[in-house]
Design a protein around this ligand. Structure first.
Ligand code: 5GP
Ligand code: ZN
Length: 136
């Protein structure tokens, strides 16, 4: 897609620090790195978000994500690793080309995601599960 920054990276129209690529995926360093090693795994075809991933692409992207996470563990020996993946602006997505962040983590590194637990009643959880099953 012409104006998409990640498509430009994939096409090598703009520079990026690429660490892996195969037929369906690419991994490159995030320019706005949160911690050393922070990488992005993107689908090569322009798909906006997780809702446009077919099974083959979904499998390929997660395979590369696991590979990159394992390499980051060896390279940086972090205390933890966070995968972060946003779909839509309400979820925090800023680049509308599907990607997964792979972020080496350390105690007190300041990365934060608010997790406002609501503790709904069991019946509400069951109702939500029924809606999901009906949509599968
Ligand atoms: P999102 O907010 O959509 O989950 O993540 C987009 C990420 O892309 C951000 O962390 C941002 O730093 C990164 N990013 C945006 N533009 C570029 C770029 O031109 N090159 C690289 N390497 N990363 C980018
Ligand atoms: Zn794109």
């Amino acid at each position: 897609m012409a104006e998409c920054i990640f498509c430009k990276i994939i096409a090598r129209d703009i520079p990026a620090t690429v660490v892996w690529e195969d037929e369906l995926t690419i991994a490159f360093m995030d320019i706005g790195s949160v911690n050393p090693g922070h990488a992005l795994v993107a689908a090569k075809p322009h798909v906006e978000n997780i809702f446009s991933l077919d099974q083959r692409l979904a499998a390929a992207v997660f395979q590369t994500t696991a590979k990159i996470a394992q390499a980051l563990k060896l390279a940086f020996a972090p205390q933890g690793m966070t995968l972060y993946q946003a779909n839509g602006s309400a979820a925090g997505q800023t680049v509308y080309h599907f990607h997964i962040h792979v972020v080496p983590r350390y105690e007190g590194d300041g990365m934060n995601l608010a997790w406002p637990v609501k503790n709904p009643p069991r019946s509400a959880i069951e109702e939500a599960a029924a809606k999901i099953r009906a949509a599968l």
